[in-house]
Every structure is written in C-alpha cells, then in structure tokens.
Design a binder for this molecule. Structure first.
Ligand SMILES: *Cc1c(COP(=O)(O)O)cnc(C)c1O
Length: 366
C-alpha cells in the first residue's frame, strides 16, 4: 500500500528532537508567546528573506489578518475588491469574505493551474485595492506580471503561500518575499508542517507587522491595553518548538519532492494523462503533483486496486460551493475543467525510490 501521504513517516526522523523540545517547554512552564515563538519568527523571517514574521494560529487566519491589518492601517476598507484566483483552495476566497472585502475571481492558466495575469486587468474597477496571489500546489504564481499590474494600478499584493514554503523566484527570492505581505500555513500536511494547526505572516512592511503583533493578541501589545480590534490567533508555543526542529530540513525535504517530480515528469508516458508544467527551476516545491485526465474516476480506482492512494485537489471549485452560492453564476470554464480532471499522485519526502517506480509503472499501464 502506498498511502497518499504518510505523515507519521514524514515526521519520524524528528521524533527524538520533538521529545527533547517537549521536555524543554515543560521545564520552562511558559506556554504562550515564549522563546520558541520568538525563535521561530526570527528563523522563518530569515528563511523567507523578510524583515518580519508574525506567528499566528493557522493559514486561514494568516491571510485574514493581513487584510485586517491593512484595514486597521487605513489602506483597505470594507467593500474593497480583491482579485483572487478562481482555482484555489476555498480558504483563499473565504479569508477575503471574512475581512468584509469582496473577492473577484479570475481564471487560471490550464498549464500551470495558477492565476492568468493576462485576465487581471479586465477585472480591475475603481474598488479594486488588492491582489491575493496563490502559489497553488507549490508553484509560484507569475509574480513579475502580477506585481507590474499592481504597481500600475496602485494595488496591494498579498501572497497565499500556504503550499509553497521555500519556492524560489529567478533572483533567488523566496515565496513570502515577492509581495507586500505573505501568509503561510503549517497545517501538518504542508511542506513545513507542525503537529497541529499553525501559521505565520511575513512582510517587510514595519507598520503592518506592528499592527499584526497586536491584532493576533486581542489588539494588545501591553497586557490589558487594547489599541485596535483584535482576535486570538497566536502561534502556539509547542507548535513553534516543533517547527524550530523541522525548519532546518525544509530545503532538503523540498529537494526530495523535486527529485520525485523529475522522475514522474520524465518517466510517466501515457497519452491519457497530462502532466503538470514545470520549468525545472526552484520555483516549484511540489506540495502536490497534480495530473489531469478525462478518465479520472477510472484511473483513481485502477491505482487504488494496485494499492496506490490518490486525492483530488479539489473536487468542487469555490464558486460552485453552496457556501459561496452568490458567485455560482460566474462563467469560469477553465477552473471547472481543472476541477473535473485533476488527480494528485503521492509525493512526499518519505517516499522511497521503489514506491516512486511502482507509481510510474502503474500509470504507464493504465
Ligand atoms: C492550507 C491552505 C490554507 C489554509 O491553511 P490552514 O492552516 O489550514 O488554515 C490557505 N490557502 C491554501 C492555498 C492552502 O493550501
């Protein structure tokens, strides 16, 4: 059996170090916003190449709080429109709604699954104030084009980098350092995963970082003094401790994912299967390896019969979800085609070469 993602196996190399960290935290007896959170915020900012990192409760809060921070600073206001890819995990769209802003959905390119920058200009109105770029499946969105459009129209650019920790732009800048502010998730299955919920915001904007340190903690920096309307969304001290253990290995784990992706791209040969586009630069950290096929249900069952587990990311596009029914009439054919055809193959740093070979052989015999 090849599971889609064996998290226990992914985390097993860190077992002893996790136990050690638990002991350290227990001995200290400090459970909220302590040394581990401070250390992680410093290390993750350095890793991303940004000046600031604010640890928060999860990836959804990370995106939402960026918007709330800009609202607190007067740079955004209720009802402003935010450009967002139609093809994304629903959290990207929900974060905009949660901040009382209006999502404007834009179609992706079929080849990369990421937002098509050529279609953004048409959607810009007097109310458009920001673009939420998503690095879907681990591949950077076209940030040069997106930033150029934003500059020409005086828009904020925010990255949803929840799937792209460590993905590198041409000039070696990393995901998180390609916009005004970026959101990360450390949900256990992400490329950098905690042992529970966790998230972070990175930015070079000092005013934004200052207000975010408050907003994540009830709008307070000094205990019981509240300067803005905040929430409780702090990065948990224990999760930060576990992330401190794993961060130094992220580069190596991403490299393993890229090595597997190269095998898949070079050796899967089946006319019924479309492989994902990759320019073989470090701009894709393969959070997911997503193929397309018109015979998805058959292929998924065929692989399952051979003991290979696959997952669909995602079966229903955001605008077709009941929760977002006011957007259901939009015509988004590329997004809908993608949702009908995609299938994610197992890819994780814990996969053996033998498992990778077995997946390839079976795809070729379908
Ligand atoms: C996982 C994810 C999120 C949300 O992160 P959580 O930590 O689960 O809240 C947001 N956007 C994208 C693209 C994601 O993959």
């Amino acid at each position: 059996m090849i599971p889609f993602l064996d998290l226990k196996k992914v985390n097993s190399p860190y077992d002893a170090a996790f136990q050690e960290k638990l002991k350290v935290v227990l001995e200290k007896g400090w459970y909220i916003l302590g040394n581990e959170v401070n250390e992680f915020e410093k290390s993750f900012a350095t890793y991303c190449g940004t000046n600031h990192c604010i640890g928060v409760g999860n990836g959804f809060d990370a995106i939402t709080l960026i918007f709330k921070g800009y609202i607190a600073l007067g740079k955004l206001k209720k009802g402003d429109e935010v450009i967002v890819p139609a093809n994304t995990f629903i959290a990207s769209v929900l974060s905009i709604v949660e901040a009382d802003l209006v999502p404007v959905l834009v179609e992706p390119r079929l080849a990369t699954y990421n937002i098509n920058p050529d279609l953004i200009a048409d959607k810009i109105t007097a109310k458009t104030k920001a673009i939420l770029a998503v690095h879907l499946y681990g591949q950077l969105a076209e940030m040069d084009s997106i930033n150029a459009i934003a500059q020409a129209n005086d828009l904020l650019v925010i990255e949803d980098a929840a799937q792209a920790h460590g993905a590198e732009f041409i000039n070696q800048k990393r995901a998180g350092d390609l916009s005004h502010a970026a959101a990360f998730s450390f949900y256990p299955g992400k490329n950098l995963g905690a042992l529970g919920d966790a998230g972070a915001i990175v930015t070079n904007d000092e005013a934004l970082s200052n207000v975010l340190y408050s907003i994540r903690n009830y709008g307070s920096k000094v205990k019981y003094e509240n300067e803005v309307i905040g929430v409780n969304s702090r990065l948990d001290e224990l999760q930060a401790a576990f992330l401190n253990v794993k961060l130094p290995s992220l580069k190596q784990e991403n490299e393993r994912r890229m090595t597997i992706a190269k095998q898949y791209l070079g050796k899967i040969k089946n006319a019924k299967i479309k492989l994902p586009f990759w320019d073989f630069s470090n701009n894709h950290v393969f959070h997911l390896f997503v193929i397309r096929t018109k015979e998805r249900a058959e292929l998924q069952q065929f692989l399952l019969d051979k003991g290979i587990q696959t997952v669909i990311h995602y079966p229903i596009p955001p605008h077709k979800q009941k929760a977002l029914k006011q957007w259901s009439q939009l015509s988004l054919p590329v997004t809908e085609k993608i949702h009908k055809e995609v299938l994610s193959l197992p890819i994780s740093p814990a996969m053996t070469d033998e498992e990778v070979r077995f997946v390839i052989e079976n795809l070729n015999s379908f």
